[in-house]
Design a protein around this ligand. Structure first.
Ligand code: EPZ
Length: 421
């Protein structure tokens, strides 16, 4: 296993280029399973989670290859309909092969994703959506077993107790493309990654309207062909680098950042006192004054993204004053709190809220990554902490950030990856 060694104190300066969005790549790769011919997907980030998805597709019998961030998928003739536990248990997002395989093969078996450190990962909305269009779904021996002679369009309310669901929307949208008749999804997820998936499906010949809004309409078609598509850049990586600039008092330009995808993050960082300008080179994030504490509540898009919560907490932990973060999407997503405390962070949890008392300086310490975004938060804290920070179990980070240490080093950070003994 790898760890990062970070020497805090460097102000970040310069330009960084984003990679493709992991959370767009995963459902779009799953969507290629609906097609009768080859697809070419570009700007795919070379990440552990992407490699896991490619392994699942190969187990299903699909020919896939990846070179220079381009994935070629040849789905013709695949017939295996089971996504195995040993792969699905390493990545919950694997559940998004359920909809396409069911629609294509009329049968699908996907291992239950199981929980993870950010909290329970229920799939009741996935089941509700696919059942509404005619799937017969059972849970057997730890697998979701779905079958359908003919999927039929229906109107489905897909909102849950925590609002819309990104991958439940993706699963239903993908399956509905080959259903008979029209499907209307109410309380659909509006995330840019769901929009990107819809745009790819439309290029494959699907008939979809309303993507990016809470009401999405899908008119079923007989078949879909493969297509060529370039995935959007990663808005969470963009937000993470914005905070890397803010936490070090830096001045960086983020190439590829789409301001329409990160409005809530830009808003909060401007409230905290950062100067953020959209220039032709990219999004410039400059520290012009001492930071102000801000209160943040995470919500489904276009609200403040839960995937940016831990990173924001790192920033607020060195911001003078009291900030409050409330997690409305994953109320237990606070694994990073105890690790930040090891660095001197003062965070008190009160139910789904974290009360953060800013300290003048964090101190470097050995800390342990737990989930993807918590790991990012610990790196951000290490960039500003006094002395050396060791972040172990970096494999969590490699799931969702490509070459982050090189990208940070190019901006002036003192960060090295080394093998853990
Ligand atoms: C996607 O997960 C992302 N993953 C997550 O990013 C992200 O945190 C999440 O959306 C929320 O934005 C991918 O896109 C691969 P949800 P997803 O279904 O779709 C509840 C990262 O760090 N819910 O939108 O699995 C659920 O418990 C990852 O990149 C149900 O109640 O999340 C949560 O409270 C982590 N029933 C809320 O909805 C269901 O059937 C939102 O979850 C499904 C979800």
């Amino acid at each position: 296993m790898d760890r990062f060694i970070i020497e805090g104190g460097a102000r970040l300066k310069g330009t960084v280029e984003l990679s493709g969005a992991k959370n767009a790549a995963l459902p779009i790769l799953a969507a290629t399973l609906l097609a009768d011919s080859k697809s070419v997907i570009k700007n795919v980030p070379p990440l552990r989670d992407v490699y896991t998805m490619l392994r699942i597709m190969r187990v299903l019998g699909v020919k896939v290859s990846m070179e220079d961030n381009v994935v070629i998928v040849e789905p013709r003739g695949y017939s295996n309909y089971t996504a195995p536990y040993k792969l699905v248990s390493t990545m919950r997002a694997s559940v998004c092969v359920l909809g396409p395989v069911l629609a294509k093969l009329k049968l699908a078996e996907v291992s239950m994703p199981g929980g993870c450190v950010i909290g329970p990962r229920p799939i009741d909305l996935h089941i509700k959506g696919l059942s509404a269009i005619g799937a017969d779904i059972k849970i057997e021996h730890g697998y979701i077993v779905a079958s359908a002679k003919q999927l039929k369009g229906a109107r489905v309310y897909l909102g849950g107790n925590f609002g819309s669901s990104v991958l439940a929307t993706a699963n239903l949208m993908m399956a509905a493309t080959l259903a008979k008749g029209k499907t209307v999804i109410e309380s659909a997820a509006c995330e840019p990654e769901v929009c990107d998936l819809a745009k790819f499906l439309i290029k494959m010949g699907a008939k979809i309207k309303g993507h990016g809004t809470p009401v999405v309409e899908i008119e079923g078609v007989k078949s879909l062909h493969g297509a060529e598509y370039t995935i959007i850049d990663d808005r969470i990586e963009a937000g993470t680098f914005m905070i890397a600039s803010a936490i070090t008092g830096g001045d960086i330009v983020i190439k590829g950042a789409n301001v329409e995808h990160i409005g809530a993050v830009i808003d909060k960082l401007q409230c905290a006192g950062l100067k953020i300008t959209d220039t032709k080179e990219g999004l410039r994030v400059k520290t012009i004054r001492s930071l102000r504490p801000v209160d943040v509540t995470t919500l489904p898009y276009p609200g403040f993204p839960t995937d940016m919560q831990a990173q924001m907490m790192a920033l607020m932990s060195i911001t003078k004053g009291i900030s409050v973060i409330t997690e409305k999407v994953y109320p237990e997503r606070y694994m990073h709190v105890s690790e930040l405390a090891r660095m001197g962070g003062q965070v008190m949890l009160e139910g789904p809220s974290a009360i953060i008392k800013g300290v003048p300086r964090l101190s470097g310490a050995p800390v342990m990554a737990s989930d993807l975004r918590a790991s990012a938060a610990l790196i951000l804290a290490g960039l500003v902490a006094k002395g050396k920070t060791e972040v172990s179990r970096i494999y969590h980070l490699d799931r969702g950030y490509y070459n982050i240490e090189e990208k940070l080093e190019k901006l002036g950070a003192r960060i090295k990856r080394e093998k853990e003994d």
